[in-house]
Design a binder for this molecule. Structure first.
Ligand code: TYD
Ligand code: MG
Length: 469
């Protein structure tokens, strides 16, 4: 008997926040507890396309070859590294980020870089050809291999990929393309899923990498990208403060490379330029060392990056003094303040603590604990941490300094960047086999040894400019 269900159009309801599926509409998602997040979606036609023709496609694992030299390189080195050494043909990449962050700019630059090797199709469903041309002029891009299509109908986009046979296709953005076979409008969850599915089938059948742009809002609440994450091979997030020049591209998922890598770009008059030494972006080694400043190292994927933490500890007249943290988890700051208060007897309960990460970066890893403590203490004492010093270590609730991973990589980078001294957990000392010639490494076992940070830094800091005449 023929199974009628497979050809029947089926309606499901999908939570636009987390992708949870239900056969009925629900007011509140049982998975992520979001309200009014369910949208209707039609799944029938997709199932129809995937007819049972399985057995002749089965291969032995050893019979499948992946050739690394098939990876498509843009020669924008930072981008290629982020993608795990180039893009695998047939893969689908999602580039998401807030509107205006620079996604179209980056992709036009990448498209232009690929165009040196073959035909590239750039589809814009939200901008006209003239708008793309004017951006290209600004970026000084003009290639005969770069094909522009201003179109939002997915069938036309799909057939254009087949006709042009590009080495890469870019769809900007998925929220603005639509499938006329579905009733609902562009940007709807079912439209996004259907269009992505069509594009990803085309990517696989034509062995062409497809880049999909997906917008998210400040709170990440637009349905698209969250649902899309499950459907694509690589997810890259572009973030940064629009008022600042740097843009960070993070890989949150990569089926063909390591995740949590970052690439840093600088947005300038003529587009994005890769920043090869991101630490130079987040710390200023020339400037005078001031009280409240401490430098830490964070691991972004496999790469250590130096970041400056700044604190301002000031007497408070309030019953509950404020603690404000920008770029660092608020609870971490409260916890470290409590450790300093309880174990070292630092009277922070009558002090306001403002803490931020210089450069607008968001950081969150245990190894920055010692830097947070050093920065708070430095501001409280009004004494700078010795110039050229890096602080590495997690602080336990009992005040012990705990080991951190990748100590050797961090120290090598620290030495390379010309820092003179690093305070590290004693427990991490045994992990070091490399001989450091210009870097002094000092170990710390317990939080009370943090006083050592200031023992060499001489007199209390006095800044004449602070006095208002
Ligand atoms: P855009 O790529 O359009 O962002 P998205 O596609 O993520 O919405 O970038 C928009 C911003 O980038 C805009 O505010 C202008 C700025 N920009 C530059 O600063 N320099 C440039 O060369 C370009 C092309 C854009
Ligand atoms: Mg755009």
């Amino acid at each position: 008997m023929v199974n009628k269900r497979s050809s029947k159009i089926k309606t499901v309801y999908i939570c636009s926040k987390c992708g949870y599926q239900s056969s009925k509409w629900l007011g509140k998602c049982p998975n992520c507890e979001a309200w009014n997040s369910f949208t209707e979606e039609i799944t029938g036609p997709l199932e129809k396309k995937k007819k049972d023709q399985g057995s002749n496609k089965i291969k032995t694992l050893s019979g499948i070859n992946i050739r690394d030299n098939q990876r498509l390189l843009s020669n924008i080195h930072e981008f290629d590294r982020l993608c795990g050494g180039g893009i695998i043909p047939g893969s689908v990449l999602l580039i998401s980020g807030e509107p205006g962050i620079g996604k179209s700019t980056l992709l036009l630059q990448i498209a232009n870089a690929y165009a040196a090797k073959g035909k590239v199709l750039y589809v814009s469903a939200e901008e006209s050809e003239e708008q793309i041309k004017s951006r290209a002029d600004r970026l000084k891009i003009n290639s005969d291999n770069l094909f522009i299509l201003s179109e939002n109908n997915i069938s036309i986009i799909d057939s254009s990929i087949v006709k042009l046979k590009p080495i890469a296709a870019i769809i900007d953005s998925i929220q603005t393309v639509h499938d006329p076979d579905l009733d609902n409008s562009s940007g709807n969850a079912s439209q996004i899923r259907m269009c992505t599915d069509i594009l990803s089938q085309r990517a696989k059948s034509e062995k062409v990498p497809v880049f999909i742009v997906g917008h998210i809002t400040k709170d990440g609440s637009i349905a698209g990208p969250k649902i899309l994450e499950h459907m694509v091979d690589v997810v890259l997030y572009m973030e940064g403060d629009r008022n600042l020049d740097f843009r960070i591209l993070k890989s949150n998922k990569n089926r063909f490379g390591s995740t949590f890598e970052i690439a840093v770009f600088e947005m300038g008059q003529h587009g994005l330029t890769p920043v090869n030494d991101p630490s130079s972006f987040f710390i200023d080694r020339e400037k005078e060392q001031l009280p409240g400043s401490a430098t830490v190292t964070i691991m972004e994927g496999t790469r250590p990056i130096m970041v400056e933490i700044q604190s301002l500890v000031a007497p408070s007249t309030m019953a509950y003094p404020r603690r404000i943290a920008e770029g660092i988890d608020y609870n971490k700051v409260v916890l470290i303040s409590a450790i300093l208060e309880k174990i070292l007897g630092v009277k922070l309960n009558a002090q306001e603590i403002y803490l931020k990460v210089a450069g607008g970066l968001k950081i969150n890893e245990p190894s920055i604990d010692l830097g947070i403590a050093g920065s708070i203490l430095s501001s409280y004492k009004n004494k700078p941490v010795e110039k050229g010093t890096i602080l590495i270590g997690e602080i336990g609730l009992t005040g012990e300094i705990r080991a951190v991973p990748y100590i050797q990589q961090r120290l090598k980078e620290i030495e390379k960047l010309g820092f003179k001294k690093a305070f590290i957990p004693e427990a991490s000392m045994k992990k070091i086999s490399h001989k450091f010639s210009s870097l002094e490494i000092r170990s710390m076992k317990f939080i009370n040894e943090i006083e050592n940070l200031f023992s060499n830094s001489g007199k209390a800091y006095k800044n004449e400019k602070q006095t208002i005449s």
